[in-house]
Design a protein around this ligand. Structure first.
Ligand code: R5P
Length: 294
């Protein structure tokens, strides 16, 4: 097994290789003057399982193409198997036709990766687990929520309330509560398909005077966290924190979240940023150990 750290996840790829005690194959990359991507493997993969580590957070399209090109290069250079480790899987939220005339983007992406040479894929907290069954290769999603909750537990947040900002994320709140040892709950969220605006139904939780942590898979524009934080504030939570696996933090998201009374945002290095205080490396290394032994 060799790790190929893609341009989007160089540091994470190197950490994983270090934990596994396996070699890396550096990937040289550049953009041509017209914007096209170029990659080159700077080492041998012949006879190896090639593990490409490449997240596909913005700029998603460039990163997806780089991933496809690295997979093609690995196959051409006789890797026995090409595994894509894609912590943030772009386009996963367009997993059905919501409005007539739309594509199912994530299925198109999966077919593209298959055609490029990807034999299997590991991602982290994919938006909907069931989409993976439609992929034309083996695909698995692993959860980083226990790692995020552990980060808070080690900082003394034992017993904090874990909130999922929508019903679909209830299992996330459950997972977090198992580590934190406190109570948990979820909100009912509605997003307008045309304006993107988020609203949540108010619910009653016993958070008065308590610390509450909102757990979600993705923070993009911050609208979901702001809506959830407003509910928690109205219910009298003493301190509110936000945790997510994929901190996309688009535009003014961080400022909006802070202004909604959230003390701190904690994310993982799925999307490297100043809030990425939790590394996915141990989790992914473990998944790769299992892949190798199974
Ligand atoms: C959607 O259901 C996801 O789980 C996240 O809640 C959502 O993607 C967050 O987006 P935003 O930060 O733009 O509200």
């Amino acid at each position: 097994m060799k790790i190929l750290p893609g341009p989007a996840s160089k540091e994470l790829g190197e950490k994983i290789a270090h934990l596994l005690g396996v070699q890396t194959v550096p990937v040289f990359f550049k953009n041509f003057p017209d914007g096209e991507s170029y990659v080159r493997l700077e080492g041998e993969v012949e006879g190896e399982i090639a593990i490409i580590v490449q997240t596909t957070s913005p700029p998603q399209d460039t990163r997806l193409i780089q991933l496809a090109l690295i997979a093609d290069a690995a196959k051409r250079n006789n890797a026995v198997k090409v595994v894509a480790v894609v912590p943030y899987l772009a386009y996963a939220r367009q997993d059905k036709v919501f409005l007539k005339g739309e594509p199912i983007s994530i299925e198109a992406v999966a077919r593209m990766l298959k055609a490029a040479g990807v034999d299997s894929l590991i991602t982290v907290n994919v938006h909907q687990q069931n989409i993976l069954a439609k992929f034309p290769f083996q695909a698995k999603s692993i959860s980083a929520i226990p790692l995020l909750a552990e980060h808070f537990r080690l900082r003394g947040f034992k017993g904090a309330f874990a909130l999922a900002p929508d019903k679909g994320a209830i299992s996330i709140a459950e997972e977090a509560a198992k580590v934190l040892g406190g109570d948990y709950g979820y909100l009912e969220k509605h997003r307008d398909r045309y304006t993107g605006l988020v609203s949540v139904e108010k619910k009653e939780f016993d958070v008065k005077g308590k610390t509450a942590i909102i757990f979600d898979d993705i923070i993009s524009t911050g609208g979901t966290i702001v809506a959830a934080a407003n509910v928690l504030r109205e219910l009298g939570a003493a301190k509110i924190y936000a945790a997510c696996v994929h901190p996309l933090l688009v535009g003014e998201a961080e400022r909006r979240i802070r202004e909604a009374g959230v003390e701190e945002i904690i994310g993982t290095d799925s999307v490297p940023s100043h809030v990425s205080k939790v590394s996915l490396a141990p989790l992914i290394a473990q998944a790769l150990r299992e892949l190798q032994s199974g």
